[in-house]
Structure formats: structure tokens, C-alpha cells
Design a protein around this ligand. Sequence first.
Ligand code: PLP
Length: 428
Amino acid sequence: MIDLTKDVLKKHYNISEQVINLYEEALGDVTNVFKELDAIREFNQIKVLKALQEERISESHFTHSTGYGYGDIGRDSLDKVYARIFNAEAALVRPHFVNGTHAIATALFGNLRPKDTMLSVCGTPYDTLHGIIGINKDENIGSLRNYGVNYKQIDLMEDGKVNLKEIEKTLKEDESIRLVHIQRSTGYGWRRALSIEDIEEVIRCVKNVKEDAICFVDNCYGEFIDIKEPTDVGADLVAGSLIKNIGGGIAPTGGYVAGKSEYVEQAAYRLTTPGIGGECGSTFGVVRLFYQGLFLAPHIAIEALKGAILCARIMELAGFEVLPKFDEKRSDIIQAIKFNDKDKLINFCKGIQKGSPIDSFVECEPWDMPGYDDEVIMAAGAFVQGSSIELSADAPIREPYIAYLQGGLTFEHAKIAILIALSKVLKN
Ligand SMILES: *Cc1c(COP(=O)(O)O)cnc(C)c1O
């Protein structure tokens, strides 16, 4: 870091000499890890480039359909580009998915029927899916449970691995299991993300017992972190958000589903209506941004990952427990930091907010967010509201006070914000 940069950080951002020294030590440690990531990034960039070229994308695909949106070639070709990237038969990429939760819900509702059972094999799924499944409550909100879809779960083992023996046993005992839900990312849990190899192992185990069970992967935060996606190793269906990795920070909203045609089609029937599926839905000029975001996504996802890795190392050097550690293999962009202290957690999030390009002057506070059980604090100063491929930190306010950091469109920005956040934590 040049002296002028240090001067600005100290004078303008109040960052201490101690934090700058920690940064320089951390950067030295992470450099080798970064090299491997650049190789993944290069491979995925080629994957995206090839897909765009093979579908012969041209300016005429930057459509601006209105009304029913019949024959929107920009939309239809984007589905094909995604299908190529996921090595899948089909995909459904739409601005009409309001978020990742909606894309996942659409995949689940589209493919489950009354008396079917959904089996989660990574313990309790991500918080916003609880209402969809009707996990703990029997509220009458049109949950899967309300429609007579049963739910079972198998917790991860002590070491964070999936319990294959239990999966095998449960599948043999319960004929009604129609869909196996695999969550790649950590969500709000102190656990490792499942690697592509872990996912492959689960799928093999499931298919051995029950060939026709749908292996569904919640792929949120996982895209372009590996050279393979879950669909490369046998997943039947995946879903995710466009304001995370795969939107490249450019997509202003949306989600996707990809996988076997029959399952993607069922999801499309749920998103719009039976019989109409993916053939309607105007895209009002947004597809160009989806294409451009996708093109940038392999680069941006690795920028975010580098920010997470730097964060892991510097926070560890500052004395905090982190997961994953800086040199562990990763499968999502999330960095968890355990503070064991409510104020430190809140100060960390406030520091990330202070380092944001947008709303840097805002103090973020814990609040009751829709879809979450505990109060949540969210630091997000993003160009796209709530975008978590942009630098963001959030935490449910519960012991042991873990913050989840993710995103960062540029490594440089993530670095500065992390230094501000750490300074705030150490000062208090
Ligand atoms: C982000 C996320 C979702 C979906 O969240 P949205 O905020 O609705 O996009 C689902 N599952 C996991 C694991 C996630 O990280």
C-alpha cells in the first residue's frame, strides 16, 4: 500500500496504524490463495464467453418487450445461455422472480404435489424458506405444508458433513420422498459451504436408492466459485438470485432456475400459470443488463471471494474466530466472523455501512425483517437495494453473535470497508 493511501485511510477514515499493519500481514498470507482463484475465474470467463458466442447473441437480443412478452428473443436466448453455462437442458431467467427465495419457492411448489415429502439434507434450510415449507408453524399462508406436502430434515454431522447413512436409511423407509433439498451455502449457520464434491456425493447416494428423486440445490452465493456447478455433477434442478453472484452486480433484480427440462417447465408453470409457463413475461429492457451482468459475473464473484478471504485472515489475526479460514477451500462467498459480543457485532456492521459507496452516512440498526425469525442487522450501501454481491454484512441478533460478510464488486473497496469495520470493532 502506498503511503498516500495510508494517509487517506488514517486521516479520512480514522484507521489506526495497528489495523494497517494487520492488513499488510494478512495480505502477505492470502496472496498464494488468490492465485488459485484467478485460475477459476479465467475458466469461468471462458465458459460464459463461449455460451454467449454459441447462442450468437447480438444487439437484437437486447429486447424491450411489453405486455404479454410473446416471442421475446432476448429472454428466450438468455435462458439458453444459462442452460449452457449450467450444462443443463433448460433454464428460466426472469426479472419476475422477486428474489432468490421466490426462485427457490417456485422450483419447490412447481415440482412437489400433495402427499409428497421434501427432504432437507443440510439441516434447517435458509431462514426465508421456513414460511414456504411451513416448518414450525401451521399458519394458513399457502405454504407447502398447507398444500399437504410433508417435510423431513436430516441434520449435518458434527464435522459439517452430510449424513449419507441417514439419507440412505430415510429414503429406503419413506417412499413419499419426491425431492431432496441441498443447500450449498452456509446461510446463517456456523458451517462450511458444501463443495461441489460434497454435493456430488449426496446426489450419488440419493440416486442409488431412488433414481427418480429430484435432487434440488439452493445454489445461492455459489455460482462461479468453482469450475463446476451442481448441475455438472448430477443435480436435477438449481435455483438462485440475480442480485448475488450470477448477476455480476449489474442485474437490478431477478432470479433463475436451471436443470432438467421437465422440472424447469414445472417451475415456469408455477411462476406464471399452467399452460403458459416461460412463454410469457415482458422484460421491459432489462435483459441487456442480465447479459452484461452474466458476462462480468466470473470476475466479480472472485473479487467478492478475495474480499472474504482477506476478511478471514485479518479478523483472525485480530483475534476473532472465523469460518472458513483464509486458506480453506470455498464454495460460496460468505465469510462468517464470530464476535461473542453484541456490540462488537453491531460495530462491525456499522463499519461496513460507513465504508459503502451509497448511504455511507446511515447508521444501520437491528430490525424485524420480513421472513426472518430473529432481529437482523444489515449493512448494505448498494447501488441495487439489498444486493449481496455488493459488499454487505448482516447478522441475526442472537448468540454467539456471528456476522456474515459477503460481496464486494471490487477487492479494493471490500478492503477499505473491512479496515474501517475492524477499526470500529477494536476501538470499542
Ligand atoms: C440469499 C439466499 C437465499 C435467498 O435469499 P433472497 O434474499 O431471497 O435472495 C436462499 N438461500 C440461501 C442459502 C441464500 O444465501
